[in-house]
Design a protein around this ligand. Structure first.
Ligand code: B12
Length: 219
C-alpha cells in the first residue's frame, strides 16, 4: 500500500468508526516510516472533516461523531509515541499555556497542537477543555508563560478567545504574553479582529508561529 492509500485508509476508518482498521493503518504508517504528522493531517483529520460535514447536513448524529472521535484517538495511541520519540530539541524554547475556550469540549486538535509544541521544544501546560479566561490567565501567571494558546472549534466559543485578550488588557497584563489562536472556524481575519498575536491553521503552523513570535520578541 502506498502513502496516499494509507492516508485514504485512515480517513475512511475514521468515517466508518472502524477501530481495528485505523490501528492497522497507523501501524503501517509506523512500519513504512511515514511522517506521523502528515498521516494525521492528510488521513485522520480528513476523515473528521467528512464526518463533520455529514453531521452538519444531519446525515449522521452525535453518536457517530463520538465514535469517529474515539477511532481518531485509537490511532493517536499508536502515532503519538512516534511523534514524541522524534523530539529533537533539548533546550526549552519557551513556556506555553494552552487549552480549549470556555464552553467548548473539543480536545482532539488541541491535543495534537500540544504534542507538536512539546516536540518542538516548548514547555507546554495543557489546561484541558472548557477553560475560562481567568483560568488561562492565572495559569499563565503561575507558570510564567510566554504564550497563551487558545483553541476553539465552534463559532459559539470563539468569543471566549476574545475575552482572554480583553481580560488581559483590563488587568494591565496584555504585554506580558503573546496570544495565539486556532481551531476549525478560526482564521487570520478573526485573529486580527480580536488583536491576537498570531493564528495557525494546523498544528505544524502552531509550532512555527510560536517559534517566530518568541524569536522576534526576545530580540
Ligand atoms: C469530533 C467532533 C466532536 C466530538 C469531540 C471529541 C473530542 N474529544 O474532541 C464530540 C462528539 C464530543 C463533539 C461534540 C459537539 N460538537 Co463537534 N465536532 C467534531 C468534529 C467532527 C471534528 C473536530 C476534530 O476533532 N477535528 C480534527 C482535529 C485534528 O482538527 P481541529 O480540531 O480543527 O484542529 C486542528 C486545527 O484547527 C489546529 N488547531 C486547533 N486548535 C488550535 C489552537 C491553536 C492555538 C492553533 C495555532 C491551532 C489549532 O490544529 C489542529 C491540528 O492540525 C467537528 C467538525 C469539524 N470539521 O471540525 C464537529 C463540530 C466542531 N462540532 C460541532 C457541534 C455543533 C458539536 C456539539 C454542540 C453537538 C451537540 N449537539 O451536542 C457538541 C459540542 C459540545 C461542546 N460544548 O463543546 C459543530 C460546531 C458548529 C459551530 N457552532 O461552529 C462542528 C463544526 C460540526 C458541524 N459541522 O456542525 N464534536
Amino acid at each position: 500500500m502506498n502513502k496516499e492509500e494509507i492516508f485514504e485508509k485512515l480517513s475512511s476508518s475514521v468515517v466508518e468508526a472502524d477501530k481495528e482498521m485505523v490501528r492497522k493503518g497507523a501501524h503501517e504508517v509506523v512500519n513504512q516510516k511515514i511522517d506521523p504528522v502528515e498521516a494525521i493531517e492528510k488521513g485522520l483529520s480528513r476523515g473528521m472533516e467528512i464526518i463533520g460535514e455529514r453531521f452538519s447536513k444531519a446525515e449522521v448524529f452525535l453518536r457517530e461523531l463520538l465514535m469517529a472521535a474515539q477511532t481518531f484517538d485509537a490511532a493517536m495511541e499508536i502515532l503519538e509515541p512516534e511523534i514524541t520519540a522524534q523530539k529533537k530539541e533539548v533546550t526549552t524554547r519557551g513556556t506555553i499555556v494552552m487549552g480549549t475556550a470556555k464552553g467548548d469540549v473539543h480536545s482532539i486538535g488541541k491535543d495534537i497542537v500540544a504534542t507538536l509544541l512539546k516536540t518542538g521544544g516548548f514547555d507546554v501546560h495543557d489546561l484541558g477543555v472548557d477553560i475560562s479566561p481567568l483560568s488561562f490567565i492565572e495559569a499563565a501567571g503561575k507558570t510564567r508563560a510566554d504564550i497563551i494558546a487558545l483553541s476553539s472549534l465552534m463559532t459559539t466559543t470563539m468569543p471566549g478567545q476574545k475575552e482572554v485578550i480583553e481580560v488581559l488588557k483590563e488587568m494591565g497584563l496584555r504585554n506580558q504574553y503573546r496570544v495565539i489562536v486556532g481551531g476549525g472556524p478560526v482564521n487570520q481575519q478573526w485573529a486580527d479582529q480580536i488583536g491576537a498575536d498570531g493564528y495557525g491553521e494546523t498544528a505544524t503552523d502552531a509550532v512555527s508561529l510560536a517559534r517566530d513570535l518568541l524569536a522576534d520578541w526576545k530580540k
